[in-house]
Design a protein around this ligand. Structure first.
Ligand code: PEP
Ligand code: MN
Length: 278
């Protein structure tokens, strides 16, 4: 295998990434089921604090929200930037829940790492080697999403860049890949989840929102992900999906998410995983 630090060995244990929370500590990795939820983007202070409190009540472990958004069109809403990061930090203060947000540009990394608990490298940047080396030098855990059209080997080698630069806190996230299929936004690769668990000691999450692009498919794909061995889920939730500035079609309502979270709790239990609310 061309990856070394990411590879599973008999003599090393599966990685568990520990994150401080207002209540204690969150362990991400083998044996647990981490629920990450939040809107695609931080749209305003009021809206974000509202959804953060609603999600806290559902037992979510970690909040998400983009402040720097990679958008296909330069005319689409691209996030609130630094202001968005400050809103995320305020939500963490109020809820005690850790927050994750994407970094697009190495020049923003210090701010992203300062205001959030985990740093996300998005699909479009999975092979941005400069960014990978930079997040490899930072002290925050990194969620590395699979590239839009990346092989599993390329994805693990991207993780290797971060590990090789000195950051051993890497969490993988399968979010679907581009195929000829047009009816779903991407094609979820459930087999990749099981294979990553065989090949690597790194935790692997699944994002059924970007994987499908359709609200109705989020719950079934989330259940499939846990059944295949995923260590958790990242799910987009918006209090008014029809008014969302990005990805409304794939966003659950807080009520829909609460139902899914209960189901996932039961499924995690059946799969021998611990699902600890908050
Ligand atoms: C996101 O999680 O906000 C996102 C943009 O996802 P991806 O990089 O998987 O497209
Ligand atoms: Mn999104």
């Amino acid at each position: 295998m061309p990856f070394i630090l990411a590879a599973k060995h008999d003599d090393i244990q599966d990685s568990v990434i520990r994150v401080k929370t207002g209540q204690g500590e969150l362990a991400i990795g083998e044996g647990s089921c981490t629920m990450i939820a939040g809107p695609c983007a931080v749209e305003s202070r009021e809206a974000y604090l509202e959804i953060a409190l609603l999600l806290m009540e559902t037992g979510v472990n970690l909040l998400r929200g983009g402040a720097f958004k990679p958008r296909t069109s330069p005319y689409s809403f691209s996030g609130l930037g630094l202001e968005g990061l400050k809103i995320l930090a305020e939500a963490r203060e109020i809820t005690g829940l850790p927050v994750v947000t994407e970094v697009l540009d190495p020049r923003d990394l210090d701010n992203v790492a300062c205001y959030s608990d985990l740093v996300q490298v998005g699909s479009r940047n999975m092979q941005n080697f400069t960014l990978l080396k930079e997040v490899g030098r930072c002290s925050r855990p990194v969620i590395l999403k699979r590239g839009l059209a990346s092989t599993i080997e390329e994805w693990l080698l991207a993780a290797e860049y971060i590990l090789n630069a000195g950051n051993d806190q890497v969490i993988l996230c399968e979010r679907g890949i581009r195929t000829f299929e047009q009816m779903t936004r991407n094609t979820i690769d459930i087999g990749a989840v099981a294979l990553i668990k065989e090949l690597s000691h790194l935790p692997v999450l699944v994002d059924p929102s970007h994987a499908t692009g359709r609200r109705s498919l989020v719950a079934p794909v989330a259940r499939a992900a846990i059944a295949a061995g995923a260590d958790g889920l990242m799910i987009e939730v918006h209090q008014r999906p029809d008014e969302a500035l990005s990805d409304g079609a794939q966003s659950l309502t807080p009520q829909g998410f609460a139902v899914l979270a209960r189901d996932i709790g039961r499924l995690a239990c059946l799969s021998g995983k611990e699902f600890t609310a908050n």
